[in-house]
Design a protein around this ligand. Structure first.
Ligand SMILES: [Ca+2]
Ligand SMILES: [Ca+2]
Length: 321
């Protein structure tokens, strides 16, 4: 362990999966923008490059845009600071959503500037980057932008009918078999029926609200380890269309749409939103969406949402409204 004085100061590193600013092509590229290799200043720049916008004077502006499949995001914009960098204002549709001062005595990663409630219109996010003055010590008005990291505002399926637990037995090699054992909900959806669950205990469908942050916990089932539970809802589509179902599960999952299995993952994992992406071929009218969630040990939960930017769907476990 190095003594504190000898440690390299911690600098901001952009997490993976971002959009490189240097890969964005401004609408009318000209002398104002350049892609700059940053390796001589350190290893913290994502893709080793950034986009430099050489504003000449206050109120100069440049639009940046990127494609986006969700409606709204919180966006972390990673910027560069340095002697030639000015005060920068970011606008969307004429509204200021963030501003920062890019001045520093030396070129360095400037960390992230948070842009909240950023909206996509027709699948495109447009941001207006504007010069807004400069520090007295700054030698220019430039903006240095490394990358954008997007966090969508997720809308999870708000309510489900749940039933279980059913047995998730293991074979002699400890493979879990429950995901592929066919229990009654795979043959019929009859929300009034009672079936035999683990230990011959009667089990029934229960209407359950998804908690505010979207994670449906399945600990309320007794037992909740080495079991499977089903979650069911109906989805009304005004037309035939295929939309993505985004799932996170602990542990395995099988997805049935209108009784047809579409997706199967037998694994052990900690749940996060959007771990799996399953295209849902919805028919016109009501569709039956059935998830089968299985558990090994410990954590037992899932996240589920359908990407429907046009708000075409009605999702209702009771097929009402
Ligand atoms: Ca970059
Ligand atoms: Ca688990």
């Amino acid at each position: 362990m190095l003594p504190p004085g000898a440690r390299i100061p911690l600098r901001v590193v952009v997490p993976g999966g971002g959009i490189e600013a240097e890969d964005m092509v401004p609408k009318d590229p000209g002398l104002m923008t350049e892609t700059e290799d940053m390796t001589r200043f350190g290893a913290e720049w994502s893709g080793m490059k950034h986009l430099k916008i050489n504003f000449a004077k206050p109120d100069d502006g440049r639009e940046l845009s990127f494609r986006a499949e969700e409606e709204e995001y919180d966006v972390a914009m990673y910027v560069t600071h340095g002697p030639g960098y000015g005060k920068i204002r970011i606008e969307q549709s004429g509204q200021t959503i963030a501003s920062y001062d890019g001045y520093a005595p030396e070129i360095k990663p400037g960390g992230k500037v948070m842009l909240t409630n950023v909206k996509a219109v027709n699948g495109l996010v447009r941001l207006e980057v504007n010069a807004d003055g400069k520090d007295d010590r700054a030698t220019g008005f430039a903006a240095g932008i490394d990358a954008f990291v997007l966090e969508p505002h997720r809308s999870f399926i708000p309510e489900w009918h749940l039933i279980g637990p059913f047995d998730n037995p293991r074979d002699e090699n400890l493979n879990r078999l429950g995901l592929d054992l066919v229990y009654p909900p795979e043959k019929e959806i009859d929300l009034s029926k009672t079936y035999q669950g683990v230990g011959k205990k009667p089990v029934q469908w229960t209407l359950t609200k998804t908690p505010a942050r979207g994670r449906m916990d399945l600990y309320q089932f007794d037992p909740y380890e080495m079991v499977v539970v089903y979650a069911h809802t109906y989805i009304y589509s005004p037309k035939e269309q295929t939309l993505p179902l985004l799932l996170g599960t602990d542990d395995g999952v099988k997805v049935f749409l209108n009784k047809t299995p579409l997706h199967r993952v037998l694994t052990v994992r900690v749940v996060r939103p959007d771990q799996d992406r399953v295209p849902l071929p919805l028919k016109k009218g009501w569709n039956s969406l059935l998830l089968k969630i299985e558990n090994n040990y410990g954590g037992y939960n899932f996240y589920a949402r359908v990407l429907d930017p046009g708000h075409t769907l009605r999702i209702s476990p009771t097929r009402s409204e």
